[in-house]
Ligand binder design. Structure first.
Ligand SMILES: [Zn+2]
Ligand SMILES: [Zn+2]
Length: 140
């Protein structure tokens, strides 16, 4: 396990954050929204323990894209770097983008979700991870 707190930032470094507890779970999302916001075929994020995220700098730079259905996507308004998603019903439910962490976040993605929408230009890696056509079922 890496030392806590974990630390991370957006691309320009204007937003900095730390996470005080080990990450709970991680997975790849192949949904169309993740493709659009990240410019990649899939996005890796990790669910955090509620209350474990603290913004150290740049709170005023953080903007949110709030789709009518689903989690808000938070990013830095200066550089566009993606930071985390959060539930509109309970903002303590957050998933941080693994690429936003400074070092080893101490967790590895363990599933692939929304593979029904996978990008046609990149085959899903044959890595043995469970694949879910839609959202990962809560009991998985
Ligand atoms: Zn930034
Ligand atoms: Zn997604």
């Amino acid at each position: 396990m890496p030392e806590l707190p974990l630390t991370g930032a957006c691309l320009c470094g204007g937003v900095r954050f730390e996470v005080s507890e080990p990450l709970v779970s991680a997975g790849y999302c192949h949904c169309t929204r993740c493709q659009r916001r990240s410019g990649t075929a899939a996005s890796a994020s990790a669910r955090i323990a509620p209350g474990s995220l603290r913004v150290l700098a740049g709170e005023e730079l953080i903007r949110s894209f709030d789709p009518p259905d689903g989690f808000s996507k938070l990013f830095c308004s200066d550089c566009g770097g993606h930071l985390w998603s959060q539930s509109p019903n309970d903002p303590e439910i957050k998933s941080i983008r693994l690429g936003a962490f400074d070092g080893d976040p101490g967790i590895r993605p363990s599933y692939r979700a929304f593979v029904a929408y996978a990008a046609p230009w990149e085959p899903i890696p044959d890595d043995g991870l469970p694949r879910y056509a839609e959202r990962r079922p809560p009991d998985a």
